[in-house]
Design a protein around this ligand. Sequence first.
Ligand code: HQG
Length: 223
Amino acid sequence: MTEPIRTCADHGPFAADDGRCPVCDARGARFLSRDRRRRLSKFVSGALRHFPDDVGLEVDDRGWTDYEALVDAARRKYDWAEPRHLAAVIATDPKGRFERTGGGDGEGGRVRAAYGHSVDVDLEPTDGPVPDELYHGTAPENLPSIREAGLQPMARQHVHLSGTREAAVEVGSRHAADPIVLVVDAAAMLADGHRIAKRGRETYTTAAVPPTYLAVPSSGTDR
Ligand code: HQG
């Protein structure tokens, strides 16, 4: 569940379920409601991953866009959106969805989505450690096709995998009330020369997962 963003006088914006600054434990002041945080985050994700052109952004081949241009685009969409709100949404994202370079609290620098793109970008490889086992949450109705073709990127550029079962259940529940978790033999994929990159805090991407690396339940109820 998305927490509202609060701000600490000494340590700036944070999101925590107890409303207390993770650094000094002071009670934070209200900064951005849960609903506005969710709306801004969805807008930024969509703009950077899927429809930069539609909102007047230019994304380079590494996925970066001008931070100020993103602020302008957000303000065109939501008249209440201030630069400091956008900065806080980016900085406190729980999944590390966004990367920002340069610039400070409200201004300057560049920003990109760490993963999830459907637009054609070429993110540099990462050398973060990859666990031996990864997970993918999906809808039961996708199983026959996944058994046949493996995991395909579908509308995105890459297949997205999770580091934990719990995270995969959450991803899958975007697609179905009764999601299925598939186990991916990441160690075998790497040993065979497939590339897997860690992106954001808990997401791993790869070009595709052939069926041989997948443990797929035999039916939707067999979990
Ligand atoms: C399925 C979120 C039939 C696949 C998440 C999934 C993730 C197949 C759907 C990120 C298939 C695509 C991406 C095949 C794959 N036959 N169905 N051969 N291969 N599929 O939304 O992984 O919160 O594009 O199982 O956390 O659900 O937005 O991918 O159900 O990291 O930051 O096709 O988005 O991140 O759906 O989610 P999606 P996803 P954020």
